[in-house]
Write a protein that binds this ligand. Structure first.
Ligand code: PRP
Ligand code: URA
Length: 206
């Protein structure tokens, strides 16, 4: 299952973040804002438990999220989405997976991982601004599942049909949410029109 968030506020911010003239400060702010919107949608169907709350006026039944939420940014660019999701779910735990895409093979190379044990029973939200060939996301999900994770959601800013297809083929149980599903990949496996190299644009490297 995948879903594109078509809300006008998201589309407006996408126009700004895609712009080649947007500098790293504004790019980071936009990544945070877009992440909040997309995560808000991605979390709409998570389970809640009934609790009783006493207001100054009376007792009432309310609902609270009943599972641990573990956010997993794919290093490095995924870190640019962390503030956005943590402002929505401040009590979330955070696991890290370090992956980079080999320039020659375009396949992911894992260089770091550290997960909280709550990945097994909780809801794991993998964040990475770019889901391009899908190699990095599939590798992150493989790692999570090998450590017992069963409930995994992917949130990205921009993706494309090739990446979605690869993730859904490998992991049909995983839901993908994106601000945009773009046209496709170019010969360098960059998303078109995309927004360029998300890590470089977030952190001011090139
Ligand atoms: C980018 C991006 C994803 C990956 C997407 O990371 O942040 O992790 O590429 O490509 P894929 O879907 O084809 O695997 P990159 O390898 O540039 O590393 P960085 O985050 O350190 O910049
Ligand atoms: N990684 C990026 O940062 N951008 C792309 O378009 C593809 C992979």
């Amino acid at each position: 299952m995948h879903e594109q968030i078509t809300h006008p506020c998201v589309q407006h911010k996408l126009a700004l973040i895609r712009d080649i003239n947007t500098g790293h400060k504004e790019f980071r702010e936009l990544a945070t804002e877009i992440t909040m919107f997309v995560c808000y949608e991605a979390l709409k169907s998570i389970s809640v438990k009934e609790v009783e709350v006493e207001t100054p006026v009376s007792k009432t039944k309310c609902h609270k999220i009943d599972k641990d939420i573990v956010v997993i940014p794919i290093l490095r660019a995924g870190v640019g989405m962390l503030d956005g999701i943590l402002s929505l779910v401040p009590s979330a735990r955070v696991g890290f997976v370090g992956l980079y895409r080999d320039e020659e093979t375009k396949e992911p190379v894992t260089y770091y991982e550290r997960m909280p044990q709550q990945i097994r029973e909780g809801i794991c939200i993998v964040i990475d601004p770019m889901l391009a060939t899908g190699g990095s996301t599939v590798a992150a999900i493989d790692l999570l599942k090998s450590q017992g994770a069963r409930n995994i959601v992917v949130v990205c800013i921009v993706t494309c049909p090739e990446g979605i297809e690869r993730v859904e083929k490998a992991h049909p149980d995983v839901r993908i949410y994106a601000a945009s599903i773009d046209q496709g990949l170019n010969e360098k496996k960059y998303i078109v029109p995309g927004l360029g190299d998300a890590g470089d644009r977030l952190f001011g490297t090139s």
